[in-house]
Design a protein around this ligand. Sequence first.
Ligand SMILES: *Cc1c(COP(=O)(O)O)cnc(C)c1O
Length: 396
Amino acid sequence: MEFDRAGVRALMEITQRPELVFVRGQGSWLEDHSGKRYLDMIQGWAVNSLGHSPLSVVKAMAEQSATLMNPSPAFYNQPSIELAKRIVQNSCFDRVFFANSGAEANEGAIKLARKWGQIHKEGAYKIITFNHSFHGRTLATMSASGKPGWDRLFAPQVEGFPKAELNDLDSVAALIDNSTVAIMLEPVQGEAGVIPATDEFMQGLRELADQHKLLLIVDEVQTGMGRTGTLFAYEHSGIRPDIMTLGKGIGAGVPLAALCAREEVSCFQHGDQGGTYNGNPVMAAAGVAVFDELTSPGFLTAVNARAQQLSEGLEAISAKWGMHGERGTGLLRALMLDQDDGPALVNAARERSPEGLLLNAPRPNLLRFMPALNVTAEEVDLLLAWLDELLTQVRG
Ligand SMILES: *Cc1c(COP(=O)(O)O)cnc(C)c1O
């Protein structure tokens, strides 16, 4: 197939993209319009939790779409009930609202916290978030995010999101006042460069929230659904958050997200929340298939084994090349480069032949790895071998 250079002009330009069109994917592999294959360590930004076109999800969606696509969100449908039950049974949450994107789920979390503040805390509405955090691209979630420069983009912001420093409890405590209703964070900051919140910090936030009657919201859009080696990342610290959002991996590639809350926090009244496609049976059926695979015996054990293999392999590369080590949790990992050649490595990896490699550099001095959770040991070895070879090529 030819690259349709003229056709591309019909798409709104939102970022610089390489001149290639992906036409097919299977597991950890993608194929472009010219037939070239790529080992994919991005997986739609940690979205394709089971790799490209996983059979269980393909089947579930095909069956469901032939049976019932959309009875209307004003009626119940069985797949959404099945998925909500699974989330509730496997977490500390009691109620689930389904959304179509991580940003929309986070908007819902912000609304739910503000509603709770109106009912239980005299209209308190401020939500403490963190510098360098990422919560989405709607106006409120951009305002909640701590990405440098985003406070001026599309100004004025939605107000009420004071920013603290991750892993600095005092910086959070200093921001709490009578109008504070919640603290919201990613258990591992993803876009910031894979920076985990420590267990002590998570526990400290829980205590602080209890002392000041605040809600603790975890944005697990990237870290949830097995990505960090447990079903949800909050489990690592042993705490119970009040609200959690899920996205990305829960749909394994299709638009599905969730807002989860404990019973005492689930205070939406009729008409407060909704949406045309929310909880639609086709996406929910995909979610059920994903959930059943992730919770099948041995699945998370394998995730942790691959995570250890990747971690050790990256550490060895770091030592060999004099880099600054690696970090992360589960299969969300980063290699800290000793120079700003991340973008050059990403390009060289993609242009590698005969087979390419898809990598991501959220910062110039850092590579992020988000393979499919069912990536094989051979594929991780291939990644590590190719990475070493690319370093020789780029650094000479
Ligand atoms: C990707 C991401 C979002 C936004 O999700 P979308 O589906 O792109 O709206 C929100 N929070 C975190 C932590 C994310 O990684």
